[in-house]
Design a protein around this ligand. Structure first.
Ligand code: TYD
Length: 149
């Protein structure tokens, strides 16, 4: 399990897209299907305060388009596939999620956009904090200014 160097970043303004790691989760496979478990303290790098999922996503739609000051997340494609664009104001990376046993750890201070959802896909998100509208940067230029401050 590799969570990148996220544990060493103390100020979200210093985080980079390279702190966001794609991690392989354990998979218990049987004749009747598979199960994957995420447990804080074992294979989840933060205490989970909130879970949500995106579904019924129309063809061609994109989600995200924001960054968080404090929130960190694990993003999983529970079904289907989509791409996550990560942006730290200097560098960009695109990560494809297409396996329910892969999780993308998005550290605080990273702009993200979700694109190219396959039909019927489900994006499962485990989050470190309750919903807080004040934690969001919804304008990219404001985010970039904050990252360079
Ligand atoms: P948003 O975070 O913009 O979704 P996405 O990143 O998937 O595009 O949230 C969309 C709407 O849902 C917005 O009105 C806020 C609301 N919302 C909540 O009320 N609670 C939540 O936990 C989340 C994630 C969103």
């Amino acid at each position: 399990m590799n969570f990148g160097r996220s544990g060493t970043v103390t100020d979200a303004r210093d985080s980079t897209v390279y702190d966001c790691a794609l991690v392989e989760l354990p998979r218990i496979a049987g004749r009747a299907g598979s199960i994957t478990v995420l447990e804080p303290g074992k294979n989840c790098p933060f205490d989970v305060r909130r879970v949500y999922y995106l579904y019924d996503i129309p063809a061609g739609a994109s989600r995200g388009g924001h960054a968080h000051r404090d929130l960190q997340q694990l993003i999983v494609s529970a079904s289907g596939s989509f791409e996550v664009l990560l942006d730290d104001g200097r560098n960009r990376r695109t990560v494809m999620l297409n396996r329910p046993f892969h999780a993308l750890h998005v550290v605080p201070g990273i702009w993200r956009e979700l694109h190219n959802f396959s039909s019927g896909s489900i994006c499962l998100v485990l989050a470190s904090h309750l919903y807080d509208a004040d934690d969001y940067f919804r304008a990219h230029d404001g985010f970039v200014t904050w990252k360079s401050s």
